[in-house]
Design a protein around this ligand. Structure first.
Ligand SMILES: Cc1cc2nc3c(=O)[nH]c(=O)nc-3n(C[C@H](O)[C@H](O)[C@H](O)COP(=O)(O)OP(=O)(O)OC[C@H]3O[C@@H](n4cnc5c(N)ncnc54)[C@H](O)[C@@H]3O)c2cc1C
Length: 419
């Protein structure tokens, strides 16, 4: 206890961590939020930064600004390196922070299925830096194709491969096709950007496999109409700086984007517990670690043992965060704990590009322009501030009318990328 008030430490200021801290706002506790970054990132719109439609500041906000009015919350920017569960301390760089209740909400990152050496050639999309790196590579692909006089090299530079046909891969493929066929169509003199080859590769038999078959079929048809080649039942065997090896041959490419798999943060290692196959910590019905009633794990880094089908999404992380906050508040007040956590699936949304999205909310299904409108309103609603909502709505309206993507900046090219 500090000054008699229980200390709650929340590691991670993502969707789960923020929901937990907010649900503790009226509780008589001192909350410390620790994140290695100074900002919360709205990951569902990251692909728009990667494809030059939005700027980083449209989708990320300083965590201390978000929590500025919550007086019982302190924000620390630090990388957590381990947990001393016996001493109840969280180890950060040069010191450790004591806790009475600990919430781990450290999310997930991309998984290369044991081939981390592919990461440089095929970056994944998780953080703002990833998005600006991918944006730079896409735009550099066109710039370098304009410079080269070698036809085969030009073809390679104008080939964009996206590995993974889930929502992120589909969104990236649709957006890159729009960049090539609309935004940049008239900007070059030696190349025709509209001839760019955009290939979406998926190992399973259909893209967006979590959607019902007719909706995933709609997504495929829409992508094909936009000029995207969709390869299903196709496994990537290797990636390097000049392309990908597929089971049936080589595909040369200038830009490769990895959207194929995720693995949880190392929270299981910190706790010394056996993770599940995706690296997640197995938690009980109240989201605590078995045998450790004072440690909760939520969001993408948690596997709720009695509900194996909870998806790795923002609503799931938020619901878990809000639940754990309520549970800790009840414990501190000496009240009965809330009933076990139950995930409520709100629906599935994904956009395939301008005027095309799929929405499935229970029995309601929307596609095409109506789906896109619904998707836009939902995403604008969940942005954090009024200024961001206005700015994003205005940018989308402008892009919609002009086909432009205003954030087409190539910033600092690191030596490794001066190919
Ligand atoms: C490109 C992309 C698109 C997505 N699109 C959608 C979508 O359209 N709809 C949807 O519902 N979901 C989407 N998701 C999934 C959704 O973003 C995640 O499910 C959600 O963010 C999980 O929340 P979380 O709190 O568990 O983790 P996160 O939101 O990832 O937060 C984890 C936080 O922990 C911090 N952290 C990690 N390790 C440490 C450490 N060692 N020390 C200190 N801090 C640390 C990180 O900096 C981060 O701030 C998308 C994800 C990605 C990557």
């Amino acid at each position: 206890m500090s000054d008699g008030r229980p200390r709650v430490v929340i590691v991670g200021g993502g969707f789960g961590g923020l929901a937990a801290v907010k649900s503790l706002r009226r509780a008589p506790v001192d909350v410390t939020v620790i994140d290695r970054l100074n900002h919360h990132c709205f990951q569902p719109l990251l692909y728009q930064v990667a494809t030059a439609a939005l700027s980083p500041a449209d989708v990320a906000w300083p965590i201390r600004h978000i929590l500025r009015d919550q007086e019982n919350a302190t924000v620390l920017m630090a990388e957590v390196r381990g947990i001393d569960a016996a001493q109840r301390r969280v180890q950060i760089d040069a010191m450790s922070i004591p806790y009475d209740h600990l919430v781990l909400a450290t999310g997930a990152t991309h998984s290369y299925f044991g081939h981390d050496e592919w990461a440089d050639a095929a970056p994944g999309l998780k953080r703002i830096e990833d998005a600006t790196r991918i944006r730079r590579r896409i735009l550099l692909g066109f710039e370098r194709a304009e410079l080269t006089t070698d036809a085969a090299e030009r073809r390679r530079l104008l080939t964009f491969v996206i590995v993974g046909g889930g929502a992120t891969g589909v969104e990236m493929a649709g957006a890159i096709s729009e960049i090539a066929r609309q935004t940049l169509a008239r900007d070059f003199r030696h190349i025709d950007p509209t001839t760019a080859r955009i290939v979406l590769i998926e190992a399973s038999a259909r893209i967006m496999p979590t959607l019902p078959e007719h909706l995933s079929d709609y997504v495929r048809r829409t992508l094909v109409k936009k000029g995207v080649e969709v390869m299903t039942s196709t496994r990537v065997m290797a990636c390097d700086a000049r392309g990908v090896d597929l089971a049936h041959g080589r595909l040369d490419a200038g830009t490769i984007i990895w959207a194929a798999g995720v693995v949880a943060s190392p929270a299981a290692r910190w706790l010394g517990v056996e993770p599940d196959r995706a690296g997640r910590v197995k938690v009980g019905a109240d989201l605590s670690v078995p045998g450790r009633a004072d440690i909760f794990v939520i969001g993408d880094t948690a596997a709720v043992v009695d509900q194996p089908n909870i998806p790795g999404t923002a609503p799931a992380a938020k619901q878990m965060g809000a639940y754990v906050g309520r549970l800790i508040a009840a414990r501190v007040a000496g009240e009965p704990s809330p009933p076990p956590f139950r995930y409520h699936h709100l629906g599935d949304l994904a956009t395939v590009g301008r005027h095309a999205a799929v929405v499935k909310l229970g029995r309601l299904e929307l596609t095409g322009f109506l789906g896109w409108l619904f998707w836009s309103v939902v995403h604008i609603y969940f942005l954090i501030g009024v200024r961001d909502r206005f700015s994003v709505a205005f940018t989308w309206l402008w892009d919609y009318m002009t086909f432009q993507r205003g954030a087409r900046l190539i910033t600092e090219v690191p030596p490794a990328e001066t190919r």
